[in-house]
Design a protein around this ligand. Structure first.
Ligand code: FDA
Length: 389
């Protein structure tokens, strides 16, 4: 069977691309349903974009690569599509837009737009092999127990990255890219919780606190969550994308206040108060108890010299921790790295050396921060390739 365009992967990017391609378009996926990551994202409400999305919110070997697609299909274009489908949404925080009802509304919207564009969708289809004779691509698939060869002029790699293999993530896009001579940059798990082999935060698992977290020179002010295995919460997921094994992360437990001035003032007025009790009015009590196992917090406020208070506060505002690792692809929201953007046109997402081969979404070496940026990249890159085709 012959198609104008075959899109491998019916995720966010592949479905968006199929709404734009025109001609005879077929989308293939091995999953039972399209857009499974959309469905489970944002706690089932899908943080589908960010009002403030811009190139500065993305990591890539080439930070300029994402600019063209992001500026030609913006968050406002996607928001208009969402609104046109009558999907109600709200801003949760920091420009992050979520569905009011269900992430399934976004999947249904994309399916409706694909149907409008006349694109076909084959699910539960195994992609066995891909080849190219110089002008035409052949895709060997297995479906309903039958093996068949499909041919097309344009082949779009939209099978995403390696995060959450349980949900069907595979390295297929990388394998096909390699087969066609495209480079793959180093890949690792991003937007992922940190682990500590000694499980040192087990006793305060479940405690959350707003922090300023820094890693690799980048800082985020968001909530941190202590877990059985280590550290999670938006602040930790954000800096995990900037962290490399063996490095420390730095945590400021007082991002918006000056604990030294606060404790000094209290010392003057209420010197007989207990240091731990006072700290427990500024930090979660269970966290203070945990800290007291490694830091000397004994005595009253009056017992603390300026030097002692300063040392204590400096420690709490610049708490250095060295994670042993991360939870890895098992729970990571995203794969950092991927198909080298130097091999692709930033305008069309087409491979520079293989006319007709396109790479979109997470498979490419473009990774967004937490907060709706990764879906925006899927929409923008999918749209750019679809338009070019
Ligand atoms: P995506 O992974 O969506 O799609 C790839 C498709 O290819 C899948 O349908 C898969 O089944 C298919 N496929 C893979 N290998 C195949 C093979 N060998 N054969 C056939 N088909 C194959 N981002 C965001 O902006 N806001 C959010 O709220 C969230 N939340 C979130 C939660 C969780 C738990 C995760 C894991 C991720 C997020 N993300 C997110 C990230 C977001 O899901 C991600 O960036 C996009 O889904 C990437 O879109 P793609 O289309 O590139 O890949």
């Amino acid at each position: 069977m012959t198609w104008d365009t075959i899109i491998l992967g019916a995720g966010a990017a592949g479905m968006m691309c199929a709404t734009q391609t025109g001609g005879r378009t077929l989308v293939l996926d091995h999953a039972k349903a399209p857009g499974e990551k959309i469905r489970i994202s944002g706690g089932g409400r899908c943080n589908f974009t960010n009002m403030y999305a811009g190139p500065e919110n993305f990591l890539s070997g080439n930070p300029h690569f994402c600019k063209s697609a992001l500026s030609r299909y913006t968050q406002w274009d996607f928001i208009n599509m969402v609104a046109a489908h009558g999907i109600h949404y709200h801003e949760k925080t920091l420009g992050q837009l979520f569905c009011d009802t269900s992430a399934k509304d976004i999947v249904a919207m994309l399916r409706a737009e694909m149907a409008k564009a006349g694109a076909d969708l084959w699910l539960e289809t195994t992609i066995a092999a891909v080849s190219h004779d110089g002008t035409t691509f052949s895709v060997d698939v297995e479906r309903n127990g039958n093996r068949q060869r499909l041919t097309c002029a344009n082949l779009v790699l939209a099978t995403g990255g390696k995060s959450i293999p349980k949900m069907g993530a595979t390295g297929l896009a990388y394998d096909i890219a390699r087969q066609f001579g495209l480079r793959i940059t180093d890949t690792r798990a991003g937007l992922v919780p940190f682990t500590f082999s000694d499980q040192r935060f087990k006793d305060i698992s479940g405690v959350a606190h707003p922090v300023r977290a820094t890693s690799g020179g980048t800082t985020f002010d968001e909530a941190m969550l202590f877990t059985h295995r280590g550290l999670s919460g938006p602040a930790m997921l954000q800096i995990s994308s900037f962290w490399h094994e063996g490095e420390d992360i730095s945590i400021n437990l007082f991002p918006d206040s000056d604990p030294f001035e606060e404790l000094r003032t209290r010392r003057q007025a209420q010197g007989r108060r207990n240091l731990t009790t006072e700290l427990a009015t500024l930090l979660p009590a269970r966290l203070v108890e945990h800290l007291s196992k490694t830091i000397d917090l004994t005595g009253n406020l009056a017992d603390q010299s300026d030097t002692a208070l300063r040392a204590l506060c400096d420690g709490l505002q610049n708490w250095h921790l060295r994670p042993s690792g991360t939870e890895g692809y098992r729970t990571a929201e995203i794969t950092l790295g991927g198909i080298d953007t130097d091999c692709l046109s930033s305008k069309t997402m087409e491979a520079k050396t293989v006319p007709g081969l396109y790479v979109i979404g997470e498979a490419a070496d473009v990774t967004g921060w937490l907060g709706g940026f990764n879906f925006q990249w899927a929409w923008s890159s999918g749209w750019a390739a679809g338009q070019a085709i």
